[in-house]
Design a protein around this ligand. Structure first.
Ligand code: ADP
Ligand code: MG
Length: 561
């Protein structure tokens, strides 16, 4: 989240509505109605797409994460609050589909406003929306295509669809690949065990320098002292290493059992020093005795111990985090001992490679294990800590969506294909619904078309033509026809590799419906929805479509071209 140099040019028409860091902001995505003092706008930037929020107070934030934008709304209007909550839940539960949820919610609210103005009772609108959402959710299951959890190419499609538009294209592609590699390393049939993933970040370098390795990458910055010794130079690599885990400390106090030593005479001091040397040597000898190459200690290691170990060619890492310690035990098969006196060769574990690695200003120790004890570590690289934060967020979203895809199995064509399909399902379903609820089902069907509409606009295509073409194709049985943004044309998006897991779309649709029905029931929200200075229903106004939230076109999924 950064504050930027923003110039607001206006919010009407098809031209730029503002300027961010000298770049034109193209169009408004979601503009909340009067009283909802927030606008989310999109801009095309070198990193793909930024979404911009402008509060009524002039507060501006820019990010490429839709959920983050809304989180930062400094507002207390009910509609704004509900939209924020919708986006947040969407992100928490399924890691993706936030823009769809918010756009759809906005459109549903707008349509609800129209219906209420035409005299449809808010309760009938809410009931109709609820029926429509339930029907749409069922339709998704019938429409879904099964995914083979071992189909890496398919999983890459899923990951790429998540990151599209969030970062520059090749970097996004790279992140998507790393996410698939990571997921593949910890996948077993239809489960993905996230406990077996460690994600580290190191600022500096580029996202293309990011790596995935089998085993654990221990961040040494978390430990208070360095592994290097003043007295000896350790090799950086220990192939076929023997690893010892000490679940305690390597200090003299532990060995003597005394918590504090009081020395009163020079004689006593010499005696104590001799005793210390002996104990340090004893620790070194016991660790060396089991053939160790590396020792990880949960607590502290006295400097002289580390030096003695380094002279013996043994890497010593102190203050290893409890979770890393457990992972090390699993990866290497070592049994942690409470004190070195207990150490036997049987307690030692093995690693294919123990290696000290540096990335930027960070130091790591990689412990690459046998494949049987699968654990995987990702090291994400990228410019600044802030950039890295965003990249890590995108990477995590990618992993989350991959898990959903693998565990649930069903995927849908993206690029608006699923929305066109659902829209058609609902318009076929509407006539069977009695009373004014039928109008709400139709309104839901219309609202769904907003997604392909906005995608078409963002590709610079005429949305009316695109929608007509998509409907014609669906009529002809091309049920996976959507808009391929990369090619800028309608296509079978499933075969073009634009795919999303069913639960993501389901959550967008249900979340949007929940948001809209909640707000439709709030009299206040509907009153505020009416455009114009007074809140009289039916008051015609040139800038309003008459909804709580007004969508004025544009779409933050714009791809660079
Ligand atoms: P966000 O990722 O900002 O939360 P969504 O996931 O709700 O937004 O929406 C992204 C939309 O972009 C989805 O409809 C998805 O199918 C679409 N999309 C992603 N990549 C492509 C592509 N290459 N071609 C067409 N549509 C795409
Ligand atoms: Mg997405």
């Amino acid at each position: 989240m950064v504050e930027r140099d923003i110039t607001r040019l206006g919010s009407e028409g098809r031209g730029p509505v503002g300027r961010i860091d000298g770049r034109d902001v193209r169009r408004t995505n979601v503009a909340a109605g009067r009283g909802v003092a927030a606008v989310v706008e999109s801009t095309l930037g070198p990193k793909g797409l930024d979404k911009m929020l402008v509060g009524a107070d002039g507060h501006v934030v820019v990010t490429n994460d839709g959920a983050k934008v809304l989180e930062n709304l400094p507002l207390d209007h009910p509609a704004a609050r509900v939209l924020v909550e919708t986006a947040r839940r969407q992100d928490d539960r399924v890691n993706d589909g936030t823009t769809t949820a918010v756009v759809l919610a906005g459109e549903l609210l707008s349509n609800a406003g129209d219906l209420v103005e035409r005299g449809v009772p808010p309760a009938a609108v809410a009931a109709g929306y609820h029926r429509a959402a339930t029907r749409a959710s069922d339709a998704l299951d019938e429409y879904a295509v099964d995914i083979d959890p071992d189909d890496a190419a398919r999983l890459e499609d899923v990951a790429r669809t998540v990151v599209t538009g969030k970062w520059d294209e090749s970097a996004a592609e790279c992140l998507a690949r790393r996410a698939v590699e990571t997921a593949a390393a910890v996948g077993e049939g239809r489960t993905l065990d996230f406990e077996r993933i460690t994600r580290q970040t190191a600022p500096g370098g580029s996202v293309f320098d990011s790596t995935v390795c089998g085993g654990l990458l221990v961040d040494l910055e978390l430990s208070s002292t360095d592994v290097a010794s003043r007295e000896a130079t350790l090799p950086a690599r220990f192939p076929d290493a023997t690893v010892v885990l000490v679940d305690g400390q390597l200090t003299v106090e532990t060995l003597s059992g005394a918590s504090e030593v009081v020395v009163e005479t020079p004689e006593e001091l010499r005696e104590f020093e001799a005793y210390e040397r002996e104990r340090y040597d004893d620790i070194r000898a016991r660790i060396e005795g089991v053939g160790a190459d590396a020792v990880f200690c949960q607590k502290s290691i006295d400097d002289p111990v580390r030096d003695a170990l380094a002279r013996a060619g043994i890497l010593a890492v102190e203050r290893t985090r409890a979770d890393e310690f457990r992972t090390l035990a699993r990866v290497t098969g070592a049994s942690p001992v409470a004190a070195v006196e207990e150490l036997t060769p049987a307690d030692a574990g093995r690693a294919e490679l123990v290696e000290r690695r540096s990335a930027g200003d960070r130091e790591f120790v990689a412990v690459e294990g046998e494949s049987a004890s699968r654990h995987v570590s990702v090291l994400l690289r990228g410019g600044t800590p802030r950039v890295l934060d965003e990249l890590a967020g995108i990477f995590d979203d990618c992993l989350g969506v991959l898990r959903t895809a693998v565990e649930e199995g069903g995927v849908l064509p993206g690029g608006g294909a699923a929305e066109v399909r659902l829209s058609r399902e609902l318009s076929a379903f509407a006539p069977s619904v009695r009373g004014t609820e039928q109008l709400a089902v139709e309104a839901f069907s219309d609202a769904l078309e907003r997604v392909p509409w906005l995608l078409a606009e963002s590709a610079g295509l005429d949305p009316i033509d695109v929608l007509a073409e998509l409907h014609a194709r669906h009529d002809d049985g091309e049920v996976f026809a959507g808009l391929d943004l990369a090619a800028g044309e309608p296509a079978n998006t499933l075969s073009r590799g634009v795919v999303e897991p069913v639960p993501v779309k389901r959550r967008s649709v249900l979340g949007a419906a929940e948001a809209a029905t909640t707000l439709v029931r709030v009299d206040d929200a509907v009153a505020v929805a009416s455009p114009g200075e007074d809140d009289e229903p039916g008051h015609d106004h040139d800038h309003g479509r008459g909804g709580v939230v007004e969508s004025t076109g544009g779409y933050p999924w714009t791809l660079g071209h």
